[in-house]
Design a protein around this ligand. Sequence first.
Ligand SMILES: C[S@@+](CC[C@H](N)C(=O)[O-])C[C@H]1O[C@@H](n2cnc3c(N)ncnc32)[C@H](O)[C@@H]1O
Length: 573
Amino acid sequence: MDSDSEDETVYLLEKRRILTEGLFRLPYDLIAYLERAAVHSELGYPDLAAGDSYRALLLCDECANEGFEYHEDALETLRLRAADGFPPVLRSPGTAHADLAGGVEALTIDGDQDQRTLQVISAASARCYRNLSISLLLCGCLKSAFEFCSRGLAAKPEDEELLQAMEYIENMAKRRLKVDEVEINDLPDTGLVRREIYPWNDHEPNRFSQETLDFLNGQLAEVAPKCEVKVTELPTLLESASNTDDYGIIPTNKQLGLFAKADIEPGETVLFEFSLLAANNRLKESLCDACSSELPPLGENTEVVGCPECDDIMFCNEDCLRRAQEAYHPAVCDKDIDTVAKDPNPREKPFALYLLLLSRSLAMAATQEVHPLELTEVKYIWGDFLPSSANAVSLSPNAPPPPIWTLPFSFQYNISGPLHVLEKMDIDIFTSLAEYDLWIFNTLYSKFRGTASARVNKRNGHPEVAAVHPLWSLANHDCNPNVQWEWGGRMKLWCREKRIGDVPGGIKAGEEILNHYCDIDLKVQDRREWAQGSLGGWCMCERCRTEAAEEKAQATNGTSEEKLVNGYAEEGA
Ligand SMILES: C[S@@+](CC[C@H](N)C(=O)[O-])C[C@H]1O[C@@H](n2cnc3c(N)ncnc32)[C@H](O)[C@@H]1O
């Protein structure tokens, strides 16, 4: 980044800070949301621009509909903001004092107050539709972009910006689907956005500080008394196969890892962790709401209990009910929330499970009255973030290719879904911006995607239960692991009896706890493909490198033997 763009970024970040603080003071200010959307766009965060524009659109609806919950507050704020004239953010670029996009209406700012307010609302909702169309297109969410663009065009059929946006969406859809005619239901609706510690995120701890290590080791003392967390160096993984298998030295990066602080015997339990940060996507199934283990059949001696206040929510026993009441259940008790993201269509199952984990973390934050990023289950976990500078989009004509963003994103699962959950929890999504802003949802998703484990349905192989076990997730992967894990109510990690090649198990004090993120019985290529998602790249463990080298040597030998045979045949002929 050159110094001009650095200055520009500093200026925009300050503008963003001021606008956000303004929203804390005037939470129903749709104009401030549109102003912040413009800043987010300029900073290169189209997802955050879409989030702000959607909130502004909701506030336009609040202003326009008398019966709506925040009608008075939203309207009063809008009148305040439009008191001195037409807010500049509603003007199209290049127009002097009114929104003339589409050339259809010159807005009078001197009419009676109601008339003027209606004009401002109409111009604001048009701005929201334009922003949503373009920002969602940039995030790869073509179907949602198309839908918002169509809604905008229904209200303003001649709007030039919307007509232009529709053309972009259709062209992009044709390119992505490789077709000449686009069918709306086929439009892709997920994409990738920046995965980073946002420059304004002051909730992230220094994961390598003594304070963090002491805190985590204090927690480990209870669930894994023979383990400690330490700072370590891990290979920096590439996205896919490369010739670095043969390299003696691979670049590394600093991360955390779990280490034995005393000898551990084969078969011995290494870690036994309970987590309430768990979720399942089966509607009306017999799973404990707290720990997600299968409930035993109901009988006379059953310990299974229900919440006295709400239907159908069951817990293994009084202990799980008590933990739920302390940690998250009051925020969702009797709130008709158990249908959200349940029984999704198979293609959406992973996204839906992450939304359910996010919902659980929001319920935990609301019940415990802490910021979601300050929850102990969340604060210290790995998020696979890239530096903001590596994600930034340069506007310079000599810039290198744009960065590849890595956080999966959709309008439904990142924007409207979490807001829907909060509304179900009776949380005012406007006055709670400091706790429930979109960048916070994105940060939570980054962390969950870097650490959650899922259980699949044995019948259809689809993921149906997911959980984050913050201490278990400190263990790194190796295709020759020294531990084995199983999750059913509690996450259990125990020392393997045997390592690969029938080598006897056992872990010596000081050695790293080596977990496995894939099925280690597979061949090297399949293992690497399986683990790629959770590792964030191509596995470079010793076993993978050795086996890949052996396979390569065999393939090369095979080819030269073949050549020889052919050669003899030719000579003989
Ligand atoms: C669940 S976390 C493991 C704990 C993590 N190292 C930490 O600092 O909290 C998973 C991440 O650890 C890193 N990791 C784990 N095993 C690795 C390995 N064998 N090689 C390289 N990176 C690894 C990857 O970045 C992966 O995305």
